[in-house]
Design a binder for this molecule. Sequence first.
Ligand SMILES: Nc1nc2c(c(=O)[nH]1)N[C@H]1C(S)=C(S)[C@@H](COP(=O)(O)OP(=O)(O)OC[C@H]3O[C@@H](n4cnc5c(=O)[nH]c(N)nc54)[C@H](O)[C@@H]3O)O[C@H]1N2
Ligand SMILES: Nc1nc2c(c(=O)[nH]1)N[C@H]1C(S)=C(S)[C@@H](COP(=O)(O)OP(=O)(O)OC[C@H]3O[C@@H](n4cnc5c(=O)[nH]c(N)nc54)[C@H](O)[C@@H]3O)O[C@H]1N2
Ligand code: SF4
Ligand SMILES: [Mo]
Length: 736
Amino acid sequence: MNSLSRRRFLKISGASIAAASALTSMNSVVKGAQKVSEKTGKSVKGIQKIPTYCSMCFWKCSAIGYVRDGKLWKVEGNPIDPLSAGRLCPRGTGGVGAHYDPDRLKYPLLRKGKRGEEKWVQVTWDEAFEFIAKKMKNIKSQYGAESMGFFSHGIGGGFIKHLLKAYGTRNIAAPSFDQCLGPRDTAFEITYGDVIGGPERTDIENAKCIVLLGSHLGENMHNTQVQEFSKAVENHASIIVVDPRLSTAATKAKFYLPIKPGTDLALLLTWMNVLISENLYDKDYIEKYAFGFEQLKAEVSQYTPEWAYPVTGIKPELIRETAREMARYKPSTLVHPGRHSVWYGDDTQRGRALAIMSALLGNWGRKGGLINQDVFDVPSYPYPEYPKPKRENADNPNRKYPFGGAEGYTTGLREATLTGKPYPIKGWFVYGTNLLYSLPNMQETIDAMQKLDLLVVIDVVPSEIAGYADVVLPESIYLERYDELFAPYFKQPFVSLRQPVIAPPHDQKPGWWIAKKLGEKLGLQKYFPWKDVEEYLDTRLKMAGLSLKEMKEKGVALGEKPPLYFEEGWEPEFDTPTGKIELYSTHLDELGYDPIPKFTKHEEPQPGYFRLLFGRAPMHSFSRTQTNRLLTNVMDENEVWINADVAKRFELKSGDYIKLKNQDGIVSNRIKVKATERIRTDCVYIVHGFGHNSRMLKGAYHKGASDSRLITKYKVDPLMGGTGMNINFVTFETEA
Ligand SMILES: Nc1nc2c(c(=O)[nH]1)N[C@H]1C(S)=C(S)[C@@H](COP(=O)(O)OP(=O)(O)OC[C@H]3O[C@@H](n4cnc5c(=O)[nH]c(N)nc54)[C@H](O)[C@@H]3O)O[C@H]1N2
Ligand SMILES: Nc1nc2c(c(=O)[nH]1)N[C@H]1C(S)=C(S)[C@@H](COP(=O)(O)OP(=O)(O)OC[C@H]3O[C@@H](n4cnc5c(=O)[nH]c(N)nc54)[C@H](O)[C@@H]3O)O[C@H]1N2
Ligand code: SF4
Ligand SMILES: [Mo]
């Protein structure tokens, strides 16, 4: 497999180059995008290099935008950036295509027809703000400020969030928790008293053995993770991949475990059984730092490899061999905690099992394991205090989900809107999240929206969610605006600046400007004391001993590196009830949940049906890049991966177009078949984000099929409210 895998890997890295050359051809075809200096009104000659940070996904690599003769030319990595080390992923390079996207929203729109009819009139920004402010004032006086909800994803939403907090609501939610990493972080918080966070605290580059469950690095293109993973592969780290599909990462693996979907928890518990029964775990570490080992030992004694074989489909010898392999390299064996972890509804418990595995291998706080991170402290702007909401948040009444996200959960807010309980939600602000494609069960979202008095969507293209809005506000893209400073927890703390590289081509405006102008219309001026965003940023940067002037030149400032490992002086401190790593969770026990994870079976497909799995493609992000012509030059539709034998049985071959029909009779757009040995017979796989149905997305309309449409069923995690979405089944409909 090795030579094949190397080629495949080169192919993936090559996508970056493909995007770059597509970009050159793009530039030669883009006409009428001649840029002029905002200050002088003259065309700018020569090449300008302007540091900023990327927003093609939420990893936020620092980048340098190149402007040639007044036109956006290319985007490259910023060499001093600890995240990208100067190299962007294919999507980052392709960011140029977002600026030139012909499907962009150009000016504010007011709805003409019914919600969802996509009929609009063009209005001025002032008319749009007048309309919104009037409705928001009505909602406040009739229902209370908490009756406004805010959905957002990404750092760009920061100023709008500030506006809504100033207005008086805290009903704020993002799909990056309940539809993404929530269960994982909840599990690590329960076990270690600390989260994994993003960028993840994974020391991939120093790991000697890497275990990936799902986590399809190489298709999942989170830059730092992929770069470190390639380094680890070059250094001959032993790779173990568990995936029902032979992912790109799996082609690099020494051990590939084609697990039956939904049974990872069984495998993890069985690995623990082997580590403990064969005395392979890190005894000193467990004695020193962990709580509940005896209970764990007793609990997992039932999960033998022979028990696991029929459950997971993985042979007992292979389970033993891989457990021994992990033990051989401990503590530098990294069981990757994953990121997109909302799979089956018991995801926090699966996350707990991952966390416990890490403890048995002694890898928290150790080289090649889960390491310490620190943050470049940039104080917040000294705003006046926000008004206190009069009612508790509507999304998680009485803390039904005891570990629900600190800032609310998405489907809870949707449910409150639908039911009017615990109180009516009458307005939504939606920033940078295509809720119809990011939340499960699209119809519930549509029904909820029909209950609203006001729906405002801030987007860059006419996304599906924008199609339902009363007012659509066109934002300038990330290369055309300032945003909040980015200062995450990372092994090398840093702060980075986003600044405009190029002016927006039409009447698009940045989030900060929208927030301030609307704030003024709402009488909330005191929350916007700064003249403009430059003053705001400079104030914050000065408090951190920096300045906007120097940040505009460098883009990134580095902070002081913390000790990464216990050996380097990172203090082992666990903020749990026992002050130890809780193999046995006292907190879960107290709340009446399983203190040690237990395996439960998940529903299986009916005959003729296949579990619908989904994931990423290297050159696209979610449902947000399918109109970017640079990226669609490389991939403009998704395919459905079907096991070759299954395809034969259904008389399907690669290249045929079919439709997918789910268990509830929902039928997808047409999608191309990829008949392959690289997937199990009980599931199919598609890349998320395709299959757009908004007519205004001309470049993406009806290209490929949408997983989101087929995800009508979801299972809510009782601990934190995350929505398990891998529980839908599809069958095939041929075109004839
Ligand atoms: N190019 C690109 N990269 C991205 C993104 C993007 O949009 N585009 N998005 C980013 C974001 S926000 C996230 S959260 C991550 C998501 O990326 P990951 O966290 O890596 O996502 P997963 O859901 O773990 O991975 C999907 C993989 O899980 C496998 N899988 C499905 N079901 C099972 C199962 O039951 N067991 C096992 N073991 N495997 C299973 C699928 O076959 C697929 O290979 O990607 C990030 N990186
Ligand atoms: N079915 C299904 N659902 C999923 C997932 C999945 O794999 N399958 N993945 C889950 C995960 S891991 C995550 S993190 C979430 C992601 O969920 P979302 O962040 O909601 O992802 P998108 O669907 O890409 O929606 C992003 C929207 O922001 C708009 N946008 C892009 N750039 C800008 C900008 O600069 N400003 C503004 N205002 N808008 C902008 C885009 O046009 C698009 O409409 O989805 C989750 N939901
Ligand atoms: S990982 Fe890629 S798309 Fe995401 S921020 Fe970095 S360069 Fe941009
Ligand atoms: Mo995510």
